[in-house]
Design a protein around this ligand. Structure first.
Ligand SMILES: NC(=O)c1ccc[n+]([C@@H]2O[C@H](COP(=O)([O-])OP(=O)(O)OC[C@H]3O[C@@H](n4cnc5c(N)ncnc54)[C@H](OP(=O)(O)O)[C@@H]3O)[C@@H](O)[C@H]2O)c1
Length: 401
């Protein structure tokens, strides 16, 4: 077997930590002597031993000619566990082959330096692209200070996520909705706009599959969120708002059980990038944006989306809430480009996933939307808003009774 074969095995091992390892990276390791595997392992969960510890568990110190294959640079700092570089040196490993330099600024080449300084031969970059892809969430977080963002939508064949009055239950099949719950189980937070909360009163929990419930994040410029909304139940709720909302309203929302983040604003709305920077700083590495159309547009426009996951159902509405509401792109050449497209059929729905290729809209035209488009949008918003107001008023009068 070659370096590549052993590294492939180490990557396969790493992937076994997929469901449990967050917020740590997935790491696998294999110890080899003269073509014989002496040990192997992977990092299972935060606080648990690193992959290198398992791979070397039964290798006596001083065993000659041991090569350790590891998918990520061995750490050089003391976290919840001692530095792995020191373990490799103590064991007298002869050679280390690693796929990826750890992008974490606390490591970032220092582990490799330490090994080389101790006389260990180090080869870096074997199956690097695969290792980077395996840990794309971790790599994005450590290199940009932003979470990895997946935009999930369920839309009709003609691109609507709800009818004009806001009815969206249900667009896709039960099997697609289970799959969507699977996406939720893989992320640290779900983010929606306040209009989705007002229209759907969603729980945003993982119900149709096994898995942990992510934190819920709502963008709400004026703290309109009803304090009896279902979203207050279950996993922690964060409402991101502007600096200008009254303190008393913040206290009410906090008293109902949510955290309130005040973020810098533009056009009276919290700036999504700032909210995501804060989310990343709080350890939320992977955020699933679940709509609605306005939030999807904000995220795409700001170049914040890494992947899209879209359920396309065999229904046609001919109008309603657009999946991505108004990017103001007038030339096809400026469309946001996607690649690495995968299409799967789930019953009669299509499940379409792709990576966002262009990171930011060229020649941003959002502020110069055609007047027709913005008129259409504002009349839709005011129609929906008056219905929302009626709903809040009727809820409040019900509460008073
Ligand atoms: N089929 C699906 O997959 C799906 C998923 C989700 C929602 N939906 C449907 O979509 C509809 C809601 O979508 P929508 O487009 O009307 O609204 P939305 O995207 O849910 O919420 C938009 C609102 O969020 C607030 N907001 C605060 N900061 C923002 C920012 N930086 N960027 C964008 N918005 C920000 C704004 O209201 P304030 O300024 O007042 O805060 C804005 O009007 C509902 O009918 C729902 O049923 C469908």
């Amino acid at each position: 077997m070659t370096d590549i074969d052993y590294m492939r095995l180490a990557l396969d091992l790493a992937e076994r930590g997929h469901a449990t390892v967050r917020p740590n990276p997935m790491v696998g390791a294999v110890a080899v002597q003269h073509g014989r595997i002496l040990g192997q392992g992977y990092h299972l969960a935060p606080g648990q031993p690193h992959a290198e510890v398992y791979a070397l568990e039964h290798v006596a110190a001083g065993t000659p000619d041991v090569t350790l294959y590891v998918t990520l640079e061995p750490c050089s700092h003391t976290g919840r566990t001692p530095p792995c570089a020191d373990l490799l040196i103590r064991k007298g490993v002869a050679r280390v082959v690693c796929a990826l330099v750890d992008p974490d600024p606390r490591v970032s080449g220092r582990g490799i330096e330490r090994l080389r300084a101790a006389g260990i031969e180090v080869t870096v970059g074997v199956l690097e692209a695969d290792a980077r892809r395996l840990n794309e969430v971790y790599v994005k977080h450590r290199t940009t200070g932003l979470p990895f963002v997946t935009l999930k939508l369920a839309e009709t064949l003609d691109g609507y996520i709800a009818t004009a009055p806001g009815d969206s239950k249900w667009i896709s099949s039960a099997a697609s909705r289970s799959r969507a719950h699977g996406l939720r189980a893989e992320v640290d937070a779900i983010l929606v706009g306040i209009r989705t909360v007002l229209a759907d009163d969603p729980e945003l929990s993982v119900r149709h599959v096994e898995g942990r419930n992510p934190v819920k994040l709502v963008l709400d410029s004026r703290l309109r969120i009803p304090t009896d909304a279902r979203i207050f139940q279950g996993a922690p709720l964060v409402v991101a708002t502007t600096e200008d909302v009254p303190k008393a309203r913040q206290r009410d929302v906090e008293a109902a059980g949510a955290k309130v983040w005040r973020a810098p604003s533009a056009d009276g709305r919290p700036i999504l990038r700032q909210v995501l920077v804060r989310a990343a700083a709080e350890g939320l590495l992977h955020v699933l944006i679940e709509g609605g159309g306005a939030v999807a547009a904000s995220a795409l426009e700001a170049g914040l989306v890494d992947r899209v996951a879209v359920f396309i159902a065999p229904r046609i509405l001919g109008g309603g809430v657009s999946a991505v509401d108004g990017l103001g792109i007038s030339r096809m050449a400026d469309a946001i480009q996607l690649d690495e497209v995968l299409v799967e059929r789930i019953e009669d729905d299509l499940f379409y996933t792709a990576r966002v290729k262009t990171s930011r809209i060229k020649g941003r035209e959002s502020r110069a939307r055609s007047s027709r488009e913005s008129r259409a949008r504002s009349s839709r918003e005011s129609r929906v808003e008056s219905r929302e107001l009626e709903a809040v008023e009727s809820r409040e009068s019900r509460d008073k009774r």
